[in-house]
Write a protein that binds this ligand. Sequence first.
Ligand SMILES: Cc1cc2nc3c(=O)[nH]c(=O)nc-3n(C[C@H](O)[C@H](O)[C@H](O)COP(=O)(O)O)c2cc1C
Length: 145
Amino acid sequence: MQDSLYRLLYVSRSSIGGDATDLRREVDSILEVARRNNAAAGITGALMFNARFFAQALEGSQQAIERIFENIQCDLRHGSATILSFEPIEERAFLNWHMACVDQESAVLRAFNELTEGPELDPANFDGAEIFEMLQTYLRESHAA
Ligand SMILES: Cc1cc2nc3c(=O)[nH]c(=O)nc-3n(C[C@H](O)[C@H](O)[C@H](O)COP(=O)(O)O)c2cc1C
């Protein structure tokens, strides 16, 4: 029998310094490794980021997600990684993506920037359902799904 599917959503605080170009370069290198590892582990998902926060969805077997998330949590390019939800799902939302990434020019990213405004924001204050909806909207609108 196939392992049951799970989806994990988390938010973390970015520790990547420098300007937008430095951030983009670092995220491109994260994506390259992520896509390779996730493809091998049967993980799909989507990543959204700005200068302050990362938000990511990971879908796959519970064991595969736990293994990958353990690595992700130790990564010094971010901190305070906080799980918003980790639940069984019927089907994958990011089926074709070993890691999609929200375009910096997209309306969804503008909404994420608004959501993350404010000085005292904690990753635990984010709403997993809202983050998931934003990632799904992005893929729908960019016709990337
Ligand atoms: C925000 C963020 C998201 C990441 N997402 C993934 C991911 O989805 N899959 C993955 O394998 N690594 C991801 N990484 C990278 C891992 O932290 C780690 O560098 C990588 O898994 C190491 O892989 P390697 O042992 O093949 O070099 C992410 C890192 C950050 C900072």
